[in-house]
Design a protein around this ligand. Sequence first.
Ligand code: NAP
Length: 257
Amino acid sequence: MPSNLTDRTGVVFGVANKRSLAWSCAKSLDAQGMRLCLTFAGERLEAGVRKLAEELDNAIVLPCDVTQPEDIDAVFETIKEEFGHLDSVIHGTAFAKREELKGDFYHTSKEGYMLAHEVSAYSLTAIARRALPLMEGRQGSIVTLTYIGSERVVRNYNVMGIAKAALEASVRYLANDIGPMGHRVNAISAGPIRTLSASGVEGFTKILDHIAAHSPLRRNITGEEVGNTCLFLCSDMSKGITGSTIYVDSGYHIMGV
Ligand code: NAP
């Protein structure tokens, strides 16, 4: 893909390990020369994420629990000092309690509902607000990750589907806010991929089998395909696209019976 990003910088939230979709995005952006900051959620992940970052060219690694406003502030303060400006934000954080990713949705607790929304939906807005001053004059691009469980009932996805619906609506409202500043924001609706978070959804293997059997491409997608779509959305090749949900799902979203 002809997209030289050597003068660009980006921050990637939500790298847990090499299977993370955020990591796939980081690799695609790094390959085209973007200088990156990776964030990780807790001490448990730090060593692994620092090791992964060694595969990138000159990336920095910072802690960030997106439920802690001071953590998000600290990330952008460091980016200001280290990079001076920012072109891209990749939002790949999501969380729901494991016990709420099975059974009936109506059992969702208020606390679980709030937590899923805080980490998986509100964090995009909290991050975008802090990124804007650093993106001034840069025609910035923000990319988040969503799933078709926002618009269709996917068994066991439950509260995360509601949070993804809020996330996708946030993309549209943010797009209208930041468009006049020259910035864009889009969501990638990825097909299922076995990651740490995905394994928390009960019956996940059945979902993978279903896509392989019933999607137009008759196969599951790869992390690289998500990463390369992220690259497209962060490059000038997608300059006219904002507020959109782009499906990287082997075409599954078009299917009826
Ligand atoms: P993942 O590797 O587990 O990534 C999710 C990340 O969110 C992890 O790094 C996780 O850290 C982090 N996170 C959770 N709570 C956080 C908090 N309070 N502050 C900061 N980070 C926090 O799984 P993934 O599948 O790549 O997920 C990335 C995104 O893709 C998510 O939005 C997910 O919903 C979306 N997506 C995934 C699929 C799929 O099938 N895998 C499909 C469509 C969309 P911890 O490990 O510490 O919790």
